[in-house]
Design a protein. Sequence first.
Lengths: 124, 326
Amino acid sequence: MANDSPAFDNLRLELRRGCLALAALGELVVERYGYTLRQTLEEHGISIDEGTLYPLLRRLETQGLLVSEWREEDRRKKRFYLLSAAGRRTLERLSAEWHALDGSLKRIFEGETDGRSRALSARR
Amino acid sequence: MDVLERYLRAVKFWLPKSERSDIALELSEDIRSEIEDREKTLGRTLNVEEVRALLRERGNPLLVAERYLPERYVIGPALYPLYALVLRSVMLCYAVPWLCVWLVARVFWPGSHAVTSMGPLFGLWELVQVMAIQFGVITLTFAAVERNNAAAAIVERIVPSEVGTLRKDRHRIPRANSVLEAVFSLAFLSWWLGIARFPALPDTTIAPAPFVAHYLYWPLALLFAAGAAIGIVNALAPEWSPRRALARFCVDVLGIVVLVAVLAAWPFVQVTGSGSEIGMLALNWSLAVTIAIVVLSMAVRAVVDLRRLRGQAAPDNWFVLALAGE
């Protein structure tokens, strides 16, 4: 069991990587700058450090899914991000994909639970 | 905010020029927002130590900058298996034989030097240097291919039929190997027994050294006669059997003993005539390398044959099979 932790960490990282992009796209239906986006995500239970968020935002912008604009707010220049038209379409498709995946996983886990209870009752 | 400025400057140093200011400005804004938030919670401004602690939480500037950079490889995943294969092959075909030659030279002729394609080998350090140069040249070549984005094209161009056929039956003896073994053994045997003459340089004679001619004449003749016989039988009936494995095991053991004795009898051949001194040295060293490779191959083959005798198949390892010449 001692080696479980690195394996779990790696799998968790892989699992989260795709989810973070989806979460960021979901939050950027409304225009936000990096720091507020990070806070909003955290309020929704998704913590993301700035070293992951900003490169992710840049990647999404390069892919044409986000648009950004530098503006002054509270006497400081901030970069605001918003979903582009392509980003909205992608978000819709990804959400559908996510729901389908979620449903499948639920069925798998429920099936596993049923199977386990059946195995336990058979043993008794 | 001197600390923050220094931190941002350190991050900027590692960033690509085109994006440097943009990323630094956004990072600066994020850090300032966090400082403001903490100040609001505490109801006072942060001191230098607290700002330092906050920056420490963000991490080393190099690592922060690295996250903004695209993934780069000296040798990418598409090319890496090929790179590893070439490195292994060079180790097998160049470094291992020279290491053997160097070891033999150290044991039998402490004052002599082996001359590799990269220069003379005086000690183990020179051998390490030669290997480092080989490693460097191969790595640089592959890195250049990777840099020109040619890796994917090369890998895609290789189709399975070009890679080689699948090894279907481990009990089958490759006919080409048997024919080669028979031809080589017969050619050497006919030269050794004086049946055939091979062309030589004018005014130059090449003859085995007295020790080899006197003590190892018949053992060498027997070794190559047995090699030729095994090659012919294997070519006609290419299936391993315990008896066949035993025969080759015996020949390999005999071969190791005889060839090590040849190695110990330096120089193996004597050259007389014009340029004989350099010619003799070059010929003896090239023979030493060849014999060392053959001895190594025979040793591995003997182990493989022992496995066959015990009813086990040859190991499914390309390195071992290549060494055994299978």
